[in-house]
Design a binder for this molecule. Structure first.
Ligand SMILES: Cc1ncc(COP(=O)(O)OP(=O)(O)O)c(N)n1
Ligand code: TZP
Ligand code: MG
Length: 572
C-alpha cells in the first residue's frame, strides 16, 4: 500500500472525489510512479498535519491510498485532468512604454512561469524620457476589476504597485479581507524613476495604517522607505537595516529595502529583514541606463516564487538572481531616446535581435573543426575558424571531441564573436550544454546523441538544429522532431570519423529525395569530388560539410577559398 500526496492550494475548494482519480493520474505522470487509484476505491484522507505543510505553506495535502502495480489508464479527452497553475494578481498602473507597471509584472510572471491577472489602477502616458500624463481609474471601477478576478480566479498571491489614491488603497484592503489570498506583496510605488509622483504623500497614512499591516512583504526603495518613515535620510547600509526594522514595526511580516540608489556604493546592496534576522543581498552594480521597471519586476518575481510555493527568503533570493540576470542581459539594448530604457524581462530580446533566421543556403560551404587536426597543425580553434571564415565558409561547426568543457566553452564564445562579425552561424557538435552556455546559433546532433525533439525543447524554437541521417526514416524523424537541416553521409570513406558507414552518392540521393529538410553532404568530401556531389542535382542538397579537406591542411584560408571556387563552379 502506498500513498500519493497531492498538493492542493489552501484556498481552493477540495476536488470532488470524481476528479481525484484525474489528479492521481496527473501525479503518476509527473512523479513517474507506476500506480494509479481506480475511481471507485479511493479512500481520501485530508491530513492537515503532514510535515510537508510547513515547507509548502500554502498547500495542504490530499493523501490517497494507492496500490502498487495498479494500472495507469490513459484518460479519454473528456477525462483530461485540469492542472491548476500558480497565479499572481497584480494591482498596479499601466505603463505605455511597457518597462514598468502592469506590463513589467505580466512579463516577469510569464518569464517565471506563473499566470498573471491584472487590475489596473491608473493609465500612464510614459516613455524613456519620463511620465507625460496620468489618468486614475475611478475607485468603483478598480473595485469592480478586483471583484471580477478575486471572486472567480482565486489568485494565490496579490502584488501591488501604483496605488494612486486613498480610496483605491481602501478598496483594495476591503477586497482582500473579503477574498483572502495566500500572500500579499506590497511594492510601495510613490515616485517614478524619472521623478514623477505616482502616489503623493497623502497616501502614506493609509499605507501605514491599512495596507502594510496586511503585507507578507514590502519592497520599498530608499526614497520610499524614507517617505514611509517620515523622511529620515537613508545613506548607509546601517540606515537600511534601521529602515527595514522600522518598516517591519509598521506591520509587514518581511521587508526588503532596496539599495540600488545607495550613494557611493560599488555594489548594489539590498537588506532583507524577517522580524528576526537581517540578510544582505549583494551584487556588483550593472552599469546600464536600462533600469526602468526593475522595482516592479523584482516585486512580481517575488510574488511569482511565492505563488509557486517558495518560502519568503528563497523567493527573494531567486527574484534577485532573476533581476541581475535580466539587467545584465539587457544592459545594452536600445529602446527609446530618453535617459532611462526598459530592462528586458524575458531575457530574449538581445539575442533575437542579433541572430538572423536560418537560411538553407548557409549550408553551402560548411566548415567542421577538429581538435586533433588543429593540434597537429599547431593552431587554436579560434585561428582555424578565423581562417575558414576569411576563406568564405558559410557556416561553422565546432566538433571538438577531446577538449575540456571549460576550454570548449571559451572557444565557443570567442568563435561566436568572430562568426557574428562575418554574419555566419556557429553550431556546436553534440554538446547542447555548450551551445546554451555560449549562446551559439545551434547544434548538430547524431542518431546516438541527445534526441532532436529533446534538444528542441532545451534550445527553444529559434536555434538551429541539424541531425545526421543515413536513411529516409532518419530524415522523416528529423522533420518530425523539429530539425532545421540534415547532414547526410559519409558519402565517401573518411578517416575523420571511425566506424562510419559510407552511403555513397546513391545513398545521399535517396536521403535527399525523402527529406523535407535541406541537406548538407558530409564524409570524404574535398576539392576533387565536391562537384560530383553537388552535381547530383537534387534541389534540397544545399552544400557540403568538410573537415579534413580544410583543417588537415597547412593553410586553411587557401583551402577554403579553393573549395568555395569549386562549389561556385558546380552551381553555374
Ligand atoms: C553536418 C554534419 N553532418 C553529420 C555530422 C555527424 O554527426 P554525428 O553523427 O553525431 O557524429 P559526430 O560528428 O558527433 O562524430 C556532423 N558532425 N555534421
Ligand atoms: C563527422 C562525420 N560524419 C559523417 S562523416 C564525418 C567526417 C567527415 O570528415 P571529413 O570531411 O574529414 O571526411
Ligand atoms: Mg554527434
Amino acid at each position: 500500500m502506498r500513498y500519493v500526496q497531492i498538493p492542493v492550494p489552501v484556498n481552493s475548494p477540495l476536488p470532488k472525489a470524481s476528479s481525484i482519480s484525474h489528479m492521481a493520474y496527473f501525479c503518476s505522470q509527473v512523479l513517474s510512479t507506476s500506480f494509479f487509484t481506480p475511481k471507485s476505491q479511493i479512500p481520501v484522507l485530508l491530513n492537515p498535519g503532514v510535515a510537508c505543510i510547513k515547507s509548502f505553506h500554502q498547500y495542504r495535502f490530499l493523501h490517497i491510498k494507492a496500490m502498487q502495480g495498479d494500472k495507469v489508464s490513459t484518460p479519454t479527452p473528456s477525462d483530461e485532468c485540469m492542472v491548476r497553475v500558480p497565479h499572481v494578481l497584480t494591482v498596479a498602473g499601466s505603463d505605455s512604454g511597457a518597462g514598468a507597471g502592469i506590463q513589467a509584472d505580466l512579463k516577469a510572471c510569464a518569464a517565471r512561469g506563473v499566470y498573471c491577472s491584472t487590475v489596473i489602477t491608473a493609465v500612464t502616458a510614459q516613455n524613456t524620457v519620463g511620465v507625460q500624463g496620468v489618468n486614475i481609474v475611478p475607485e468603483d471601477f478598480v473595485a469592480e476589476q478586483l471583484r471580477s478576478v478575486l471572486s472567480d480566479m482565486h489568485p494565490d498571491v496579490v502584488k501591488t504597485g501604483m496605488l494612486p489614491s486613498i480610496g483605491i488603497v481602501k478598496t483594495l484592503c476591503q477586497s482582500l479581507k473579503e477574498f483572502p489570498v495566500q500572500a500579499l506583496v506590497v511594492d510601495p510605488v510613490m515616485v517614478s524613476t524619472s521623478g514623477h509622483t505616482l502616489a503623493g504623500p497623502s497616501i502614506l497614512d493609509i499605507f501605514r495604517e491599512e495596507l502594510l499591516p496586511m503585507a507578507d512583504i514590502a519592497t520599498p526603495n530608499l526614497k520610499e522607505a524614507s517617505a514611509l518613515l517620515g523622511g529620515v535620510p537613508l545613506e548607509t547600509i546601517a540606515d537600511m537595516r534601521y529602515a527595514a526594522k522600522a518598516i517591519h514595526d509598521i506591520g509587514p511580516r518581511n521587508v526588503l529595502v532596496k539599495g540600488g540608489d545607495l550613494p557611493a556604493s560599488l555594489d548594489a546592496v539590498d537588506v532583507f529583514y524577517d522580524g528576526k534576522d537581517f540578510y544582505e543581498f549583494r551584487s556588483s552594480r550593472i552599469m546600464t541606463p536600462n533600469t526602468h521597471g526593475t522595482g516592479c519586476t523584482l516585486a512580481s518575481s517575488v510574488a511569482a516564487e511565492l505563488a509557486k510555493g517558495s518560502q519568503m527568503l528563497s523567493a527573494v533570493k531567486v527574484a534577485k538572481r532573476y533581476i541581475e540576470a535580466a539587467l545584465s542581459y539587457s544592459k545594452n539594448i536600445a529602446i527609446g531616446g530618453g535617459r532611462q530604457g526598459p530592462m528586458d524581462h524575458l531575457l530574449k530580446l538581445k539575442s533575437n535581435v542579433q541572430r538572423r533566421p536560418f537560411d538553407p543556403c548557409d549550408l553551402f560551404l560548411y566548415a567542421v573543426t577538429d581538435s586533433r587536426m588543429n593540434e597537429r597543425w599547431g593552431r587554436s580553434i579560434v585561428d582555424a575558424v578565423k581562417a575558414a571564415l576569411e576563406g568564405g565558409a558559410s557556416i561553422i561547426q565546432l566538433r571538438e571531441k577531446e577538449v575540456e568543457t571549460s576550454d570548449f566553452l571559451e572557444a565557443a564564445k570567442a568563435c561566436l564573436k568572430i562568426c557574428r562579425v562575418h554574419g555566419v552561424p556557429l553550431l556546436i557538435n553534440d554538446r547542447i550544454d555548450v551551445a546554451l552556455a555560449s549562446d551559439a546559433d545551434g547544434v548538430h546532433i547524431g542518431q546516438s546523441d541527445m534526441p532532436a525533439h529533446v534538444a528542441r525543447v532545451l534550445l527553444g524554437p529559434d536555434k538551429i538544429i541539424g541531425v545526421s541521417c543515413k536513411t529516409p526514416e532518419h530524415a522523416q524523424q528529423a522533420w518530425i522532431d523539429g530539425a532545421d537541416y540534415i547532414g547526410s553521409g559519409g558519402v565517401y570513406p573518411t578517416n575523420t570519423k571511425e566506424n562510419n558507414k559510407t552511403i555513397g552518392l546513391d545513398g545521399l540521393k535517396t536521403v535527399c529525395l525523402s527529406s523535407k529538410l535541406p541537406v548538407v553532404a558530409i564524409g570524404g568530401i574535398g576539392i576533387s569530388n565536391a562537384q560530383a556531389v553537388m552535381g547530383l542535382g537534387v534541389p534540397n542538397l544545399k552544400g557540403v560539410a568538410v573537415v579534413s579537406a580544410l583543417f588537415d591542411r597547412e593553410c586553411v584560408l587557401t583551402e577554403t577559398r579553393k573549395l568555395l571556387e569549386v562549389l561556385k563552379e558546380s552551381t553555374k
